[in-house]
Each structure stands twice: as C-alpha cells, then as structure tokens.
Design a protein around this ligand. Structure first.
Ligand code: PHE
Length: 338
C-alpha cells in the first residue's frame, strides 16, 4: 500500500477516536487546528503528495480531501451537539394547567356614582368637589345650622380638632361653590361623608352622598321635583315612583325628604323598605335665603333648590344588597357577584 494512503488511514482512525473524547470549546478548536488547520495533519499529507508516483497522486489527493471533508462535517455535528447540551433546560413546564386571571372590577359605589354623574351631565350639571375634612363654618354655620343644633353634637360628628370636623354631608360644597361663582350655578358634588353612627344594616360611619344645587332666577320647587323624577327614571326605569314628604333642614325652606318606591319588592313591602314599599333617598328643598346671605347672593333676585342623594341606598336598590355593611367589607363573594 502507498505509505501516504496508509498514513491517511491511520489519521482517520485516531482523529475520529479523539473527536469522541472532546467536550470543551477549546478542545474542539485545538482539534480543528491540529487536523484541519493550514499547518495541520491533512495539509501536511497533501504537501507530501510530490513523493507519490505521479499516476497515483489523484487517488491519494482525493483520499486526503475526502478525509478533510468527513472530519470537517463530524466536527461540525459534534459542535452542534455540544451547543444544544450547553443550553439550560427551559423552566417552563408546558404540561402544567394554566393559571386563571382574576379580573378586577369597579366597586359598586364607584359605579353608581359614575352613573349618577352621567345622568346629571345630561341635565346640564357639572361636578364640584370639596374637602372631606371641613371647618364648622362650611359644614354647619354657613348652612344656617347654629351652635345649639343637635347635628353639631360631639356624639353625632367626628371632630378632628376644635372647629374642624369630618364633613357630615356634602352640603358644604354648596357654600364653597357659591362663594366662588355667580349664578347661574348648576352642580352636583359626589363624595364621602362621616357620622358617628353605630353600624347596622342601614347605617355606616362613612357613606357617600351626591349633593345637587341649582341657583338661577325663577327656580321653583316644581323644577326640583322634575329633576328628581327624571333622575329616578333614568336610574331605575319608568316603573319607579317618587314621593316627597315634608321635613325640616336648616338650610332649605321649604324642605322635604324624598323616597323612591322600593325596587326590590316592587313596592309591596319587604325587609329593605321596612314593609313600607318606599326607600328614603335623602333630603331636598329650596335654598334658604339665610344661606344666600352667607355667600352674597341676593335672595330677592335668585332662588334655587338643593338636594342630597344617598349613594349607598341607591347602590343597595340597584344591586339588591340588603345590608350596607357589605359595601364596606370588601368581601369578594359579594363584590364579584355584582
Ligand atoms: N345634607 C342633608 C343630609 O345630609 C340632605 C340635604 C341636602 C337636604 C340638600 C336638603 C338639601 O341629610
């Protein structure tokens, strides 16, 4: 056998054996240089071709090139293998069941407030706001509620310090708005209120109201009744009935409380309406001239109506919740049902 062919045969055996034992990148590179490099074993064999008989040269040359090709391919495939092994295994287990996502929702009170605002926007009202921590002046005095009035009692009101309290209603926003604006005024003021009430099915120490105020020339009680009726229908549909009962508030004259027919029993009588068929929503009336005196409006030119609105009660009627405390407990069994 031609010695060079024999040498190539031996080279093939040792090279393939060696290739099997390699693992690191550096090993593979050293292998490539040793066998396939410009000064490597195969090149040196090709250089020795001149020592071979001329008619045998093509055969030996082809064998050398064939070995070069085989080794190059084998090295390539070992490198790929090593590359795949080097990659960390994926941490994602595709066989696990999927995780379900819990979608958040707006609190029912927020939804009711937004819907109330929408309805009043449609009636030409805009939204006004005032602070939760109020002065005696805005919460009581300017609303014609004198010092000796029971609402000012320490047992009914949360005082932060002398002369400063958590507002007991949204009515102080009436004063703040009128102080800053000449008539016509047409606002609603949604917000949180606080009273020292012991919690029960219909009382919570904090709750929500929406105040309404419209002052212009020639505003009458008929306008007030009209706007409350339109509101009731837009909120509860055309079956709802509205009634006004005479009442007293220091800051309105005449004053009334107003009720909606109970949407839970359809007016027949149930727990929520205490078997009366009616649910009290809040108070309302014509702005007392004494209040206009505090904000510099001339009562001989202007008249106006004001109303409150118990957001919690409206929410309870809409979603058929018979205890106000559910609204403040954050119990998901209640909140996710709505
Ligand atoms: N502020 C009164 C209350 O909280 C409700 C009310 C508002 C009454 C506006 C008359 C006019 O009970």
């Amino acid at each position: 056998m031609i010695p060079l062919l024999k040498k190539l045969e031996e080279l093939r055996n040792t090279a393939f054996e060696e290739l099997e034992s390699l693992s690191s990148k550096a090993d593979f590179e050293a292998f490539r240089v040793k066998y396939l490099g410009r000064k490597g074993e195969i090149t040196s064999c090709l250089r020795e071709l001149s020592s071979v008989e001329p008619d045998m040269r093509p055969k030996v040359g082809a064998a050398a090139n064939e070995l070069k090709k085989e080794l190059t391919e084998a090295l390539e495939s070992r490198l790929n293998e090593a590359d795949v092994k080097a990659k960390p295994k994926s941490k994602i287990d595709l066989t696990l069941p999927g995780r379900s996502h819990f979608l958040g929702k707006k609190h029912p009170i927020s939804r009711t407030v937004e819907d109330i605002i929408d309805i009043f926007y449609g009636l030409g009202f805009s939204v006004a706001q005032g602070p939760d921590v109020e002065t005696d002046y805005y919460n009581f005095d300017a609303l014609n509620t004198p010092d000796e009035h029971p609402a000012r009692d320490i047992n009914d009101t949360f005082y932060v310090e002398d002369g400063i309290c958590l507002r007991t209603h949204t009515s102080p926003v009436q004063i703040r708005t009128m102080e800053n604006k000449k008539p016509p005024v047409r606002i609603i003021a949604p917000g949180r209120c606080y009273r020292k009430d012991t919690p029960d099915a219909s009382h919570a120490p904090n709750f929500f109201q929406v105040e309404g105020l419209y002052v212009d020339t020639n505003v009458t009680f008929a306008d007030l009744k009209g706007v409350i009726n339109v509101f009731a229908r837009r909120m509860f549909g055309s079956d709802v009935k509205v009634r006004f009962r005479p009442h007293f508030f220091p800051f309105t004259e005449p004053s009334a409380e107003y009720d909606f027919s109970c949407m839970i029993c359809g007016g027949k009588g149930c727990r929520t309406c205490k078997n009366t068929g009616w649910v009290e929503i809040s108070g309302a009336g014509m702005v007392d001239p004494a209040v206009f005196g505090h904000v510099g409006y001339d009562p001989s030119i202007y008249s106006g109506y004001a109303f409150g609105m118990g957001v919690d009660r409206i929410t309870m009627l809409r979603y058929r919740i018979n205890d106000i405390r559910y609204l403040y407990d954050n119990d998901l069994r209640v909140l996710t049902k709505l």
